[in-house]
Write a new protein. Structure first.
Length: 425
């Protein structure tokens, strides 16, 4: 059994845990809940002797952790799944822990099989996924077959099959008479796993009770009643009858009625006596998440707000039209459509549309009228001088090119004509 009495921990001017007292009894899975920064991890570290309390004390089986003989064989814990030497294999990591605690080596192979890592026992742990690291941490906690187990977020990173396995493992360990203390933020999973809850907020105890009592104490059960939608007078008649019988009625947005203060059989009798037909009469019980949120709403340190986006939108230039919203954009499951493809080429022009000129070497338009498939011009060739534009009229015929063997005629021009072939200059 774990027992904390007046546990307090301060870090400078910040009080992480204040006057915390509770008991974690064997034979049940005890959930440890609280918002981020409420002191859950600090409390677990003080239980394991990793942090010294400023005031108060915490014991395991009546002894502080540091005074337990061969503590790893009596207490197993998973606080940080990443606290593993990445260069070691999974088996060598567990083997080193076993040798330090006097645990036989055969136990290493046993726990590797229990957590499902037997096939990757020789792999280095630095290549493990988050879920595999969690399994390795659970294996280290089970290594000494301890009677007291502490787990901090044990299902973090696990797939649904792994979460189900951890749930069944926790229940099986508690059924053997062990003390199981589990911290988690998954309310739906904790509702299926835990038998008892310890809830803290800002370092102080908020609740210490069973899951059923916690939900009942922090939520209001009600009955949902619906009358025929085509007969609104039936709903008004039923509301008056329930109010007269001592119940409380609140209308809901979909036309149903939320009734409190009367049991379901009594509501049915009232409706029968009033001659009202019912389309729905169902009980509603709050979930653990609803009850938890209601209790801890005043103990949340990091509360998010709505993004107002004030001053971030750039004004449109004069004459510009606002973008047209795409139907479905921003909704779950929406993806941008792929670019149109024709003939295997993306962004191909539609049939019948004018084909643009081929691009030049640096994205500039190529020579107009160039045939498709013509080689791109040399980007490093010396540009030819621009000739004066001729007046509008028929284009003159091009002079015949000089044969390659003919000697170049002396030119009277001051500079060489770069438009002629090199061997004709």
């Amino acid at each position: 059994m774990i027992e904390a009495v007046g546990l307090t921990k301060r870090y400078g001017d910040k009080t992480a845990v204040y006057n915390l007292s509770f008991q974690v009894r064997p034979g049940a899975v005890t959930g440890f809940l609280g918002p981020n920064g409420s002191g859950k991890s600090t409390t677990m570290r003080m239980i394991l002797g990793l942090d010294n309390p400023t005031a108060g004390r915490v014991t395991i089986g009546g002894y502080p952790y540091r005074n337990l003989p061969n503590a790893p064989r009596q207490v197993g814990a998973l606080l940080d799944a990443k606290a593993v030497h990445g260069g070691r294999s999974a088996r060598n990591h567990l083997l080193s822990l076993a040798q330090l605690s006097g645990i036989p080596a055969r136990r290493v192979d046993e726990v590797l099989g229990v957590v499902g890592l037997h096939d990757v026992a020789r792999r280095r742990s630095k290549g493990f996924s988050l879920g595999m690291g969690q399994r390795l941490g659970i294996a280290a906690a089970l290594l000494g077959d301890p009677q007291v187990l502490l787990f901090d977020e044990p299902v973090n990173g696990l797939d649904p099959e792994g979460i189900l396995w951890v749930r069944n493992l926790m229940k099986a360990l508690a059924a053997e008479g062990r003390t199981v203390f589990v911290s988690s933020h998954l309310m739906s999973e904790m509702a299926l796993t835990a038998d008892h809850l310890i809830v803290i907020g800002r370092g102080q105890l908020l609740a210490d009770m069973s899951v059923t009592d916690f939900i009942s104490a922090n939520s209001a059960d009600f009955a949902r009643v619906r009358t025929p939608d085509t007969e609104p007078q039936q709903r008004e008649k039923l509301s008056a009858a329930i109010t007269e019988a001592g119940g409380h009625v609140l209308p809901e947005q979909d036309g149903a009625l939320r009734v409190t203060g009367l049991a379901l059989p009594r509501i049915s009798d009232v409706a029968h006596d009033a001659g009202v037909r019912l389309w729905e009469l169902s009980p509603h019980q709050a979930s653990l998440e609803e009850a938890y949120m209601r209790m801890t709403q005043g103990a949340v340190d990091y509360r998010s707000t709505t993004d107002q986006k004030a001053g971030l939108q750039q004004p449109l230039p004069p004459g510009a039209q606002p973008p047209v919203p795409v139907p479905g954009q921003g909704q779950p499951g929406w993806y941008a459509p792929p670019p149109p493809q024709q003939g295997g080429q993306p962004f191909a022009a539609p049939q019948g549309a004018p084909v643009p000129a081929p691009a030049g070497p640096y994205g500039a338009p190529g020579t107009p009228g160039a045939a498709a498939g013509a080689p791109a011009p040399n980007p490093y060739a010396q540009p030819a001088p621009q000739a004066p534009q001729a007046p509008p009229g028929p284009a003159p015929a091009a002079p015949p090119a000089a044969p390659p063997t003919a000697p170049a005629a002396p030119s009277t021009a001051p500079t060489a004509d770069l438009t002629k072939p090199e061997d004709a200059r």
